[in-house]
Design a protein around this ligand. Structure first.
Ligand SMILES: [Zn+2]
Length: 91
């Protein structure tokens, strides 16, 4: 048996309208061609890490697939040479 959809039309409309307020995410690397993904540039890479050292997912960072892939490789490379943490304790 299907679960009845108990949300009212007003609620659905509200949700749709709220969606319009969320900023359109853009890939920082596509917009700014001077930004190069390099494992040695840990200052830049660090902005794509969470407090605990995890890589920020694409749906949050707004990166395109190509650049997220490059970024992930760079971060993993930077971790290997100890420029970035694998993990961190919360403050
Ligand atoms: Zn991109």
């Amino acid at each position: 048996m299907r679960r009845p959809d108990n949300r009212s039309n007003a609620e659905k409309r509200e949700k749709r309208e709220r969606r319009e307020y969320t900023r359109k995410k853009i890939c920082r690397f596509c917009t700014d061609s001077s930004l190069r993904i390099d494992y040695k540039n840990y200052r830049l890479l660090r902005t794509f890490l969470t407090e605990r050292g995890r890589i920020v997912p694409r749906r949050i960072s707004g990166n395109c697939a190509k650049h997220q892939r490059e970024l992930t490789r760079a971060i993993k490379r930077a971790r290997h040479v100890a420029l970035l943490p694998f993990t961190a304790l919360p403050k």
